[in-house]
Design a protein around this ligand. Structure first.
Ligand code: TXA
Ligand code: MG
Length: 326
């Protein structure tokens, strides 16, 4: 499939009309597909929670086409936000800041902060500019499930509940944006993404990591988030084949996500060899988990990935899939 498809004028008009009518529009971003609604339409925002099956106190991310109208949505733009915006926007970074009156309770889950992201995907940019306002969007999957990185993932999972699914091809980053909170005492990394802690710190200095005790519950912070239906276990490379043998002996079928080919041929095993590259691993992670989930296996085994800082987003998502967040 072609990557980074742009929308036709007709597609754009239909999507903008749907948003204005209070309908939901799934659209591509460089990270994952979003389930979008007019950020100023509380009824449309409530639809998002309904369609996703998501608890109402989980805040949404507000998407804008540029930082032009940022000050409408936030109480003040901290200096750290200016620096991070200059370095990483448009791109896979979400900034949490103190909200203004314009950011409604439905959008923010009743909190005094709002999360803002300016995506770089050309179709997301086209849509945001044509709409001319903010679009609130979580990932376009059911609550707790794997995020969609292709339009067909959205169609399979949400289908008719979404008025329009814009086809922008495969997402190039593949994991959700890095979230940095600037709404508290100190900057804090709330969710690892493809932009690393080191990259953030190079711009604004040292930051805290993880949710603090007073922080709201973030969906990505619950165990068993980003999960396929099949049970997932993470296994060191050296133990992979023996673990498979044990499962096969018990009559179980196995699906494997690994960075190398199998050391021996085994019947009843579906094996995806992703290779060693981080960008490829990350980009294809959710699509691979989805296809392994469909392989009819009783167990998904994921070969351990390198415990290096650049792999933080992958490590985080895999740990959650396996139900034991780091
Ligand atoms: O890459 C992404 O960020 C994608 C695309 C569509 O932009 N969106 C996404 O949205 O991953 P969602 O809803 O699946 O995850 C949003 C995360 C949640 O963990 C949410 O709790 C957190 O952002 N969040 C939103 N507003 C927040 C706030 N005011 N304070 C703290 N966390 C917030
Ligand atoms: Mg999500």
């Amino acid at each position: 499939m072609a990557r980074l498809r742009r929308a036709t004028q007709k597609e754009l008009e239909a999507a903008v009309t749907a948003l204005r009518n209070g309908d939901l529009v799934a659209f591509p971003t460089e990270t994952v597909y979003g389930l979008g609604a007019n950020a100023r339409d509380p009824a449309a925002l409530r639809r998002i929670f309904e369609v996703k099956g998501r608890p109402a106190d989980h805040p949404l991310i507000l998407h804008l086409d540029s930082a032009r109208f940022l000050s409408r949505w936030v109480a003040e733009v901290p200096a750290a936000a200016e620096k991070l915006a200059a370095a990483f926007w448009p791109g896979p970074l979400t900034l949490v800041m103190r909200r203004s009156e314009d950011a409604s309770d439905v959008l923010t889950g009743g909190q005094d902060t709002v999360a803002i992201r300016i995506p770089s995907h050309p179709m997301a940019q086209q849509l945001l500019t044509a709409f001319g306002g903010g679009i609130a969007a979580p990932s376009a999957n059911r609550y707790g499930k794997v995020s969609p990185t292709r339009p067909e993932h959205v169609r399979e999972e949400l289908g008719d509940a979404v008025a329009i699914i814009m086809d922008g091809g495969e997402c190039t980053i593949g994991v959700e944006s890095t979230i940095v909170s600037l709404g508290g005492e100190k900057p804090r990394l709330l969710r690892p993404g493809s932009i690393t802690q080191a990259q953030i710190e190079a711009v604004i200095g040292p930051i805290e990591v993880g949710a603090d005790a007073t922080a709201p519950r973030v969906p990505g912070s619950s165990a068993q988030h980003y999960s396929p239906s099949t049970a997932v276990a993470i296994v060191p490379s050296t133990l992979l084949e023996s673990r498979i043998d044990t499962l096969l002996r018990d009559g179980r079928r196995v699906a494997v996500l690994a960075q190398r080919p199998p050391r021996k041929a085994q019947q009843g095993v579906t094996w995806i060899n992703v290779g060693r590259r981080l960008d490829v691993y990350q980009r294809d992670l959710y699509a691979n988990l989805r296809s392994l989930d469909k392989a009819g296996a009783d167990q998904i085994l994921v070969e351990e990935v390198p415990t290096k800082p650049e792999w933080a987003a992958v490590l985080d998502r895999l740990a959650r899939c396996a139900g034991n967040p780091r």
